[in-house]
Design a binder for this molecule. Structure first.
Ligand code: 5GP
Length: 186
């Protein structure tokens, strides 16, 4: 069976990666599977362990780094985030196109290891709009919001490392643009 495509969907916090991803997953013809990440961040209201993330303690995360169980990992605004290797390999072998929704440092690690990966960076229509979206989430303190905004401008500066840059002005338009890119690669 033909191996699946590894797809990295990246972009600054608040750009709407999760929403665009959900729209993409409604299109069954794209044959997508989501790689559930591991994090030491505490769950936000409504987030479910094993669905949104595998929520773990820092000791557990560090042990997995030590045992080389992660395809990539990064520290982001005080927490660890990483992609468990085993699940990704298994899904690719099954011919699934696997989506990693990850931040920039992790994406750069995967690009080095898997040069065939399809890499897509989502940008906001403007920085003001990004700030509005991050503040609109209302689940984080002012300090964390500021840190995420500062991080976002640094992340946007790396967009040229990606094969494709897609603007998320309208969710469905961004979804259509990405679906087209995926179809051209499978
Ligand atoms: P959040 O706390 O908002 O869920 O995620 C913070 C950032 O970490 C987002 O940009 C998100 O895409 C990214 N992220 C989520 N999972 C992973 C992962 O497994 N690895 C890396 N490197 N980043 C991740």
């Amino acid at each position: 069976m033909k191996k699946g495509l590894l797809i990295i969907l990246s972009g600054p916090s608040g750009v709407g990666k999760g929403t665009v991803r959900q729209e993409l997953f409604k299109d069954e013809s794209l044959n997508l599977s989501y790689s559930i990440s591991m994090t030491t961040r505490k769950p936000r209201p409504g987030e479910v362990d094993g669905v949104d993330y595998f929520f773990v303690e820092e000791d557990d995360f560090k042990e997995r780094i030590h045992n080389d169980e992660l395809l990539e990992y990064a520290q982001f605004v005080g927490n660890y985030y990483g992609t468990p290797k085993f699940h990704v390999d298994e899904l690719l072998e099954q011919g699934k196109n696997v989506v990693l929704e990850i931040e920039v440092q992790g994406a750069l690690q995967v690009m080095k290891k898997c040069q065939d990966a399809l890499t897509i960076f989502l940008v906001p229509p403007s920085f003001e709009e990004l700030e509005r979206r991050i503040r609109g989430r209302r689940t984080e303190s002012e300090d964390v919001v500021k840190e995420r905004l500062d991080k976002a401008s640094k992340e946007i500066a790396t967009k040229d490392e990606y094969k494709y840059v897609v603007e998320n002005d309208d969710v469905l338009a961004a979804k259509d643009a990405i679906a087209k890119i995926i179809r051209n690669h499978v």
